[in-house]
Design a protein around this ligand. Sequence first.
Ligand code: RP5
Length: 162
Amino acid sequence: MAGVKVGIIMGSQSDWPTMKGAAEILDELGVAYEARIVSAHRTPDRLWDYGRAAVGRGLQVIIAGAGGAAHLPGMMASKTRVPVIGVPVQTRALSGVDSLYSIVQMPKGYPVATMAIGAAGAANAGLMAAGILALQDAGLAERLDAWRAALSASIPEEPVDE
Ligand code: RP5
């Protein structure tokens, strides 16, 4: 996929319902992306190949989501200098706190920009990726500003009984 600047990767098909939230934001903002299953544990060679090729392929941001022993974002950050945004996927056993801790505590030198657990984190990863690309893309900057203004305008000033 020539020209794609955002890679959304995830450890499992089971992560897609969460990670789709990042894809939907990018769709709304008109940002092209690719989505791939790349597991740190089950497909380590795929992880390595993806990371090795990322710069050469023109990727500018990688959004990486994983749950449990969520090593994918950190391992990807160790393999490429393309900025990695990590999304801790919510898990049944430990509610995603396991994923969060696995992603957020990177050693000095290999950062992962870690989002919130679950759906909010995935959506914010899409927005963060768009914000990074918008630094060099005036059209996208305009669309992102409009998106943010629309969200702000949708918030009522007073609560109502539901
Ligand atoms: C992780 O294990 C994946 O990121 C996923 O969140 C979790 C469970 O994977 P499945 O057993 O559902 O494939 O590697």
